[in-house]
Design a protein around this ligand. Sequence first.
Ligand code: FE2
Length: 298
Amino acid sequence: MEPQVRRVARVIEPQPVVEGAGVRLRRSIGGWALDYLDPFLLLDHFESDDPDDYLAGFPLHPHRGIETVTYMLAGEVDHKDTIGNAGTIGPGDVQWMTAGGGIMHEEMPRPRDGRMGGFQLWVNMPAKMKMSRPRYQEIAAADIPVVERPDGTRVRLVAGRVDGTSGPVTEIYADPEYLDVALAAGAGFAQPIARGHAAFAYVFRGEGEFGVACDLGYRGELDGSLVRAPGLVVFGDGDEVRVRAYESPVRFLLVSGAPLGEPMARYGPFVMNTRAEIQQALLDLQAGAFVWAEGRDG
Ligand code: FE2
C-alpha cells in the first residue's frame, strides 16, 4: 500500500515571550496559539546578536515531570544542576535533561562571536515516570551524525534514523525523532514517521513547501503549504512527511514523538497529571525537599 502522506494541519507564527531573568524568545508550542502538541509541551527559539536579549539568562530554577532538550546553533550556555552536572554547551551540541522527580538548574547564555542561537523543547513524561530519578545526556556536536545526500540535503541527526544512520539520543520514553534538515533550492526530502505520532517542523531559515503529497520530483504548481522562517508546521496523521525547497533553500527541525494521552496539570516548570501533584511540587519547593533523592522514587 502507498504510504499516506501527512498534510499540514496548522501553521503557527511564533509569539515573542520574555522568560527567565529577561530572555527574549520566540515560542511556538506552549503559547496561546498551540498550548500542547502531546507529548510536546513547549518549543522556544532563541536567536539574537544583541546580548541584552539573553545575557540575564535562566538563574537557578526547578523542573519536575518533563524532559528538556536544548539544541544550540550559535553561542554557548553555561549550566549547572543539582545532580552534579556542570559545563558548557556550544554550537551544534545537544543537552537532553530528564527532570523526573525534581531537578534545579541554571542555564546562562554566553555569546560567541557576538551571536547566540538555539532551541529548547519540552517533552512530557508519562505518569509512571514523572517521579523517576533525574538524568542528563550531553551530546557534543562531533558525536551527532550528519547525513549528506548528492542533492545537497544535509541532515543532523539528534534522535531517530535517516538513510540507515541513527542519532545518539536514545531511551527517551516518547520515542522521539529530532532532525535538523537543510535542503538546497529544488531539493526534496521524505521521512517516514510512525502513524499516530505527533509531528512538527520548525522552519528557521528560508522557505519551504511542507506537506507535499505529489511526487517530490514533480515541478509543477505548488502542492503543499509554503512556509517561511520563522514558522511552526504541525502535520496531520499519516505515514510520511514530504518537504520541498521550492525556489530558496530551507532549514528546519523535524520532530516527532508518541503522544501520552494522559491528563495534564501544568504550572510553569512543573508538569504533572493532577492539580494535587502541582500543589505537592510547590510544597516540596517551600520545604526544601524538591530535588529528587534516593528512596523517594515514585
Ligand atoms: Fe530549565
